[in-house]
Ligand binder design. Sequence first.
Ligand code: CMP
Length: 237
Amino acid sequence: MATVPPAERRRLLSETPFFAAFPEAQRDALAGRLAERSHADGDTIFLRGDEGTSLMIVASGRVALRLTSPQGREILLAILEPGEIFGEMSLLDGRGRSADAVAFGPCRLLSLERRDVLPVLRESPEACIRLLDLLTNRLRRTSDQLEGVALLNLPSRLARLLLTLSEAHGARSPRGEVLLPLALSQRDLGQLIGASREKVNLQLGRWAAEGLLRREEGAVVICETEALADIADAGTP
Ligand code: CMP
């Protein structure tokens, strides 16, 4: 585990949305405690059930959080982007890790230990509120995912996912089309919505034939955003 040069530590934390809202004094205290490590694509960062005493920040690259059944079936809970944090649950409750974390491409992580974070939370209501905000957002997203898998049909789930990804990563052209670069494979998309790669492929093919979208190398171009939104809302099987 490498140590981050002091000048960089403060900048890194102030650029992390979660820590940006912390009072400066507390943020600077934490900055002095940051450690850094790098992972290659596919590396296991930790597994569900592992003992966990640290909170991680994605400094670059992406991290997949997932659950794996004993039979090897997987549910992708989230793919985290730079600036997002994970590992806060074990840090708070002292229990084992609640999900696997795997490097989704090469990534660089910063970490903070429980013994350094808990005193800050005890002292700072602002820091606690920030953490509660993060946890409620995750709970909302998980409820949406659960609703999708239990109550919505596949076209609605896939339409919702594409629209959510477009909001975060899409670029709108003057013609009103949305270019969505897709770092996710069809298998990854399927895991996020509880569907097989084949069904995702089939549905994207249908929408392409109907002119709702175009498939390009490493991207999807959404031509009819409104129509996709109608499908996302229409929903139940
Ligand atoms: P922790 O339990 O320490 O390790 C696994 C991490 O995955 C967990 O902390 C959270 O940061 C994250 N995590 C667990 N469940 C979810 C979820 N449903 N949605 C998003 N992130 C999650």
